[in-house]
Design a protein around this ligand. Structure first.
Ligand SMILES: Cc1ncc(C[n+]2csc(CCOP(=O)(O)OP(=O)(O)O)c2C)c(N)n1
Ligand code: SF4
Length: 308
């Protein structure tokens, strides 16, 4: 378990002065994850998205570790190359120290556009940590729906109105897709449970091979809530079991890390966000019901998997 006193002594790898919106979940995700790397030498990278764009506005950077830019679709491929070069140089005796590698991507860059390069990197077994900060839409370009957007959310490409009630499809279960690569470590985390997140990040950095963290990140622009409410909303996602906290070792061993004392109804989470406002108007009761059913089914499935 992470000890807050020890964590407070660790270096900040992401400095202040970046240009993310105040209250943006992405920087909170990154700071908690980076604490998990302890004092290790680190190389970081990012898929294009709010996090990359806002932390590296030329000629400035908020990064206090070596950082590599790349395109939207190939963040994992880039880090594969860097990690391979490192292994070669180490073998040749040209690098002595141990270095860890981490890549961040939004859900657009991970669930959708970068999925092929992530899958390849996981299959080849590169020793790096991939972190998806999942804010459930392509936020940087104006809140377009992604494979991670929850059912019923209103986005600019799935707008709620007279003919639509927001995104009709279910969201992809990326955590399960990644686990199916049978890599050493996969976990789902939330900034509201920082101790769990930092502990999982430590495990990810210590894994021998690829590790993946799927972390719920908040975007008050796209989710439509007052910016100061982010962490409370993340907590409600966990307490409604919309975003369960669990980990998977080697693609098989599932472990739930947090079981709410009382599982809250999904409406508790939905009603906090403007992107779901239309669902509470008369006529949308069935959609709310089916969202609840899906959350319940997924939670039951997870309970069964973790009992195996
Ligand atoms: C191949 C490619 N297509 C489109 C873009 C334009 N683009 C830049 S950021 C972005 C959205 C990123 O969304 P996400 O990965 O979810 O990160 P977020 O902005 O939400 O942090 C898009 C579409 C691009 N940079 N490269
Ligand atoms: S638009 Fe959303 S994801 Fe992008 S910086 Fe602002 S709060 Fe963060």
């Amino acid at each position: 378990m992470a000890n807050i006193k020890e964590l407070s002594k660790l270096p900040e790898r992401l400095g202040p002065g970046h240009r993310l919106c105040s209250g943006c979940g992405a920087s909170i995700v990154a700071r908690q994850v980076l604490l998990g790397a302890g004092n290790s030498a680190l190389v970081a990278g990012c898929a294009t998205g709010c996090f990359e764009v806002a932390t590296t506005i030329y000629p400035y950077t908020a990064w206090k570790v070596p950082f590599i830019h790349n395109a939207f679709e190939n963040a994992a491929a880039t880090m594969s190359g860097v990690e391979t070069a490192y292994r070669s140089l180490k073998k040749q005796g040209k690098i002595k120290k141990d270095i860890k590698f981490v890549t961040f991507g939004g859900d657009g860059g991970t669930y959708d556009i970068g999925l092929q390069s992530l899958s390849g990197a996981l299959e080849r077994g590169h020793n790096f940590v991939y972190v998806c900060y999942d804010n459930g839409a392509y936020m940087n370009t104006g809140i377009q729906r992604s494979g991670a957007t929850p059912t019923g959310a209103s986005t600019t490409t799935a707008p709620a109105g007279k003919v639509s009630s927001g995104k009709p499809q279910l969201r992809k279960d990326l955590t399960a897709i990644v686990a199916a690569h049978r890599i050493p470590y996969v976990a789902q985390c939330s900034i509201s449970n920082w101790n769990d997140l930092v502990t999982k990040s430590q495990k990810a950095f210590d894994a021998k091979g690829p590790a993946f963290l799927n972390v719920m990140a908040l975007c008050h622009r796209g989710w439509r809530f007052p910016q100061e409410n982010g962490v409370a909303i993340a907590k409600t996602a966990v307490d409604t079991c919309f975003w369960p906290l669990y980990e998977i070792e080697n693609g098989k061993k599932y472990k739930i890390n947090y079981t709410p004392k009382e599982k809250k109804p999904i409406t508790e989470w939905l009603k906090l966000q403007g992107r779901f406002k239309h669902l509470f108007k008369p006529g949308n009761e069935e959609i709310l019901k089916s969202i609840q059913q899906d959350v319940d089914d997924e939670w039951e499935y997870l309970l069964k998997r973790s009992a195996l």
